[in-house]
Design a protein. Structure first.
Length: 169
């Protein structure tokens, strides 16, 4: 009988450990390392509706924590400045090396937005937008400026701007 009780106790202990490992709700409730993001720290945001496209990353960001009340966080988009109120379940820590990585640069790259330092030249007709071409110097770029097509035309997609941005760096 004692042997049977000892086996049952061992079985219950193993199953309790397995349950704690797989129960993310228990982690959020009781583990402060996972659930506490200090104000002005950087986090990744997972929209509760899910991803809009299979090719997009699951987590968006980084975002900056602006305020928190219990498990509700106000986060700010670094690119456009929009504030979002969300539950902590939708947040993940953004781990980075501050000496090598800028959260703003990562956020801009994630949103496929690039900052124009200056427009050096332009040509084409202002009446026909499809004929406009710009010579652009990208912020943070070194080297020669790149000629880019009209940003509103279908042929000049964000992928084209990405390749031109890579050329100038």
């Amino acid at each position: 009988m004692d042997d049977w009780i000892a086996r049952q106790f061992t079985l219950i202990t193993v199953e309790q450990e397995r349950q704690l490992q797989s129960d993310s709700h228990a982690l959020v409730q009781y583990d402060e390392r996972i659930t506490d993001y200090p104000v002005h720290s950087y986090v990744l945001f997972t929209p509760p509706v899910g991803r809009s496209d299979k090719l997009l990353p699951r987590h968006r960001g980084p975002f900056q924590v602006m305020d928190k009340t219990n498990s509700i966080y106000n986060i700010e988009d670094l690119v456009c400045g929009k504030r979002i109120t969300t539950h902590i379940h939708n947040l993940r820590p953004f781990n980075y090396n501050p000496e090598r990585t800028s959260p703003l640069t990562v956020a801009q790259h994630n949103e496929q937005e690039f900052v124009v330092e200056s427009i050096l030249e332009h040509r084409g007709s202002r009446n026909r937008r499809s004929s406009l071409e710009f010579k652009v110097r990208w912020a943070g770029g070194t080297g020669n400026p790149v000629t880019a097509g009209n940003p509103t035309s279908p042929s000049c997609t964000s992928a084209n701007f990405m390749s031109t941005c890579e050329l100038i760096r």
